[in-house]
Design a protein around this ligand. Structure first.
Ligand SMILES: Nc1nc2c(ncn2[C@@H]2O[C@H](COP(=O)(O)OP(=O)(O)O)[C@@H](O)[C@H]2O)c(=O)[nH]1
Ligand SMILES: [Mg+2]
Length: 353
């Protein structure tokens, strides 16, 4: 979970010093966050402590889904013999948790098969089997967030309005900064002045710079300037925000494609990641968002936000199974530390524990 995207490099520390003004503003907050985590755990080295802290946050963030999904499964399987009625009840819970009909039916087929071949006869065996099959399903197309060694690395963030794009960028910038990376943000949501203000607030908190234009400006121009500035300032990574748009509005989707091409041309290669931010509470619509955004821009992965706000976290299974796109990050709250690498085993563990 704490996989580093960037190694810590001494030379970057000197560069970071040039941004001293911004850092002064933000350091108290950053330290506060760290203290919070350390209080949850304790002792010795920072690494295991923080890791346990992140797992606790993930568990906490998944508590609604655990109650509405996994706990209900525990209730129905406990002390039951396995029969068709139990399978049907399980199926119903999966569908209600937003796993989706297609994925539920596939999952249930596998489970029915394995119950036979593994000669499972009791409810607790069935639950262990389900857990194993969930890990297998989530691992199918799994790929972590990956930034190449070329500098600057480029990330573009897309999605519908209110999905959590800007918040995700803030959290991701925080994390990269912790890894000693020099980060530059691009305020590509030029629809409303409030949108770039929101990004600036995050930037100030985290202690990174932002490239922004006036309200109503061409988002392609922001993309161009962001990449050019990232190169000129020798940034390690830039993250480009974009305006939210409905996947059904074809002209706006075409504009997104243009913004991507401008960034790509100026960078001289494909961006490292085009992250589609999806709100976990939107249910099965997430699948349609993923399909149509992928047609407009070369989406490389999904960020699933607001898992803390829903009992229907089963959507992650539908996304992992029905799209060729990996879920790369999950959002489990509004704070800086509430963005985590998606790890199939850890995620399932947090869900079942
Ligand atoms: N609870 C919770 N809220 C989130 C999460 N991610 C984003 N939000 C909230 O969702 C709202 C919309 O987020 P924003 O980043 O502005 O969405 P954008 O329109 O896609 O840029 C804000 O109030 C965020 O604080 C999350 O993982 N959990
Ligand atoms: Mg936004």
């Amino acid at each position: 979970m704490l996989r580093r995207l960037f190694g810590s490099r001494g030379s970057r520390k000197n560069e970071a010093k040039q941004e001293i003004q911004v850092q002064e503003v933000t350091e108290p907050e950053v330290e506060q966050q760290e203290v919070e985590v350390q209080e949850v755990e304790t002792e010795n080295t920072v690494e295991p402590v923080t890791k346990t802290g992140l797992f606790a946050r993930l568990k906490q963030g998944l508590s609604k889904t655990r109650t509405g999904f996994i706990d209900r499964i525990s209730q129905i399987v406990t002390g039951r013999a396995i029969d068709e009625e139990l399978f049907e009840e399980l199926e119903e819970i999966l569908i209600q948790a937003d796993v989706g009909v297609t994925t539920t039916l596939e999952l249930m087929d596998t489970i029915r098969e394995r119950v036979k071949t593994d000669k499972i006869t009791d409810g607790s065996g069935l639950q262990s089997l389900l857990k194993e099959e969930i890990v297998a399903l989530l691992s199918k197309h799994h790929q972590p967030l990956a930034l190449s060694d070329e500098r600057p690395a480029g990330i573009m963030v897309v999605g519908v309005n209110g999905a959590g794009k800007t918040t995700t960028i803030g959290k991701l910038a925080y994390r990269l900064k912790q890894e000693q990376a020099k980060v530059l943000l691009g305020a590509g949501d030029t629809f409303r002045a409030a949108a770039s203000d929101q990004l600036k607030v995050w930037a100030e908190r985290v202690g990174v710079d932002v490239i922004a234009h006036q309200e109503g400006a061409d988002p392609g121009a922001v993309a161009f300037d962001t990449v050019a500035a990232a190169k000129a300032r020798k940034a390690d990574v830039f993250i480009l925000d974009t305006a939210g748009r409905l996947q059904t509005k074809t002209n706006l989707m075409a504009e997104l494609g243009k913004v991507y091409r401008v960034a790509k041309r100026e960078l001289g290669r494909d961006l490292d990641e085009v992250l589609l931010v999806v709100d976990a509470t939107t249910g099965q619509n997430a699948l349609s968002q993923a399909r149509l955004f992928s047609e407009a821009a070369p989406v490389t992965g999904i960020v699933l936000t607001k898992l803390d706000g829903t009992a229907k976290g089963g959507i992650v299974l539908a996304l992992a199974n029905e799209l060729k796109l990996p879920v790369k990050l999950v959002g489990v709250g509004e704070q800086m530390l509430d963005l985590q690498d998606f790890d199939p085993v850890e995620f399932t563990e947090a869900l079942f524990s």
